[in-house]
Ligand binder design. Structure first.
Ligand SMILES: NC(=O)c1ccc[n+]([C@@H]2O[C@H](COP(=O)([O-])OP(=O)(O)OC[C@H]3O[C@@H](n4cnc5c(N)ncnc54)[C@H](OP(=O)(O)O)[C@@H]3O)[C@@H](O)[C@H]2O)c1
Length: 311
């Protein structure tokens, strides 16, 4: 989407139903916080359950501060539907955010689901207007949120959307933004399933063993990890997605080569006693496997054990 198109959109193509409503973000943690900072000039409405004075984004020892934010803490305070709504809660928190969605989303609203997994639409659809456009997004942006408004980034990242007209509007919003490069991808399903192939091991194995990335250097663990990825690959192929034959090896080799003390978000969640986002990852592989008659015993076991930790 080039600059001219962006200018055209902002000058003349704003949908009249949403005049004056900037983007809204539901769930302003690690990912929602970076999106809020990237869209700061558009005065996004930040829908939070815990308030904060300012937003701080840290990267490479430098901090950028964003003040004068438009925070809202009660869904009832929202009187009109918004044109673009980002959902950046964890997957299992979507239902808890339902009342935000019912107030923010109307016919024609673009709902961008910034969550891991492959079931973005199924997760959000029950809570939004049937004429809203739900866009799944694949986010590659390693970030942590230590406290409300306090986000640390490991590096800049990407936000990938399916190739549809509504996604072009979202991509235009991020033009010139720091930290996030947004784009549309023809093979969106491929991007989404490759990310799930990574996510079935990146979180489950450190969280189940309570060990950082060094755990992947243990060959018995690496073998199990490749098995988890291969199950996800088989299910993805049944969904019509083309994947490299050695994806399992390359994913696990990359984790084994990463700094051994590097801590994944799910490991940090486990250590902090927060609920783990297991069902949207390993649980999804088991669900799709059952649908296609593909056995997924390793992912089913991982989902069950992580679910038991949650319980
Ligand atoms: N972090 C990463 O590096 C990364 C990378 C790629 C993809 N993702 C995916 O992005 C999604 C978001 O992850 P995250 O790391 O940003 O999670 P996070 O830091 O835990 O942020 C989630 C935010 O949602 C808020 N929230 C939950 N329920 C809410 C409700 N009912 N109303 C208002 N706010 C609510 C939480 O508020 P409280 O603070 O009050 O709990 C929190 O601020 C996940 O699906 C994750 O897998 C994350």
């Amino acid at each position: 989407v080039n600059r001219d198109r962006r200018a055209a959109w902002y000058d003349g193509e704003v949908d009249g139903r949403f005049a004056g409503s900037g983007p809204a973000i539901v769930g302003v943690g690690a990912i929602g916080g970076v999106v809020a900072a990237c869209l700061y000039d558009r005065r996004p409405r930040l829908c939070v359950r815990r308030g904060f004075e300012r937003l701080e984004i840290r990267l490479d020892g430098r901090t950028r501060r964003f003040e004068g934010l438009s925070l809202v803490s009660s869904p009832e305070a929202i009187s009109t539907a918004h044109e673009i709504v980002f959902v950046a809660t964890k997957a299992h928190q979507t239902e808890g955010a339902a009342s935000w969605l019912s107030h923010l989303v109307g016919p024609g609203t673009i709902v961008v689901v910034l969550q891991n997994g492959v079931e973005h639409r199924e997760r959000v659809a029950p809570w939004v207007d049937t004429q809203a456009c739900i866009l799944p997004a694949v986010v590659d942006l390693p970030a942590t949120c230590a406290a409300p408004g306090q986000v640390t980034l490991k590096r800049s990242g990407t936000l990938v959307l399916p190739p549809v007209a509504e996604a072009a509007r979202v991509v235009a919003l991020f033009e010139g933004a720091p930290w996030i490069r947004a784009s549309m991808e023809e093979d969106f399903a491929g991007v989404m399933w490759r990310k799930l192939c990574v996510n079935v091991v990146s979180g489950a194995i450190p969280a189940l063993t309570d060990r950082p990335a060094g755990v992947f250097r243990d060959e018995a663990v690496a073998k199990l990890a490749r098995g988890l990825v291969r199950e996800c690959m088989a299910v993805a192929r049944a969904e019509g997605v083309a994947l490299p034959a050695d994806l399992d090896r390359s994913i696990v080799a990359e984790f084994a080569a990463s700094p051994p003390q590097s801590e994944n978000a799910m490991l940090l969640d486990r250590r902090a006693g927060r609920r783990l986002e297991a069902d949207a990852r390993n649980g999804a592989v088991a669900r799709f496997g059952a649908r296609h008659g593909i056995p997924t015993p390793l992912n089913a076991m991982a989902a069950a054990l992580l679910g038991a930790i949650n319980a």
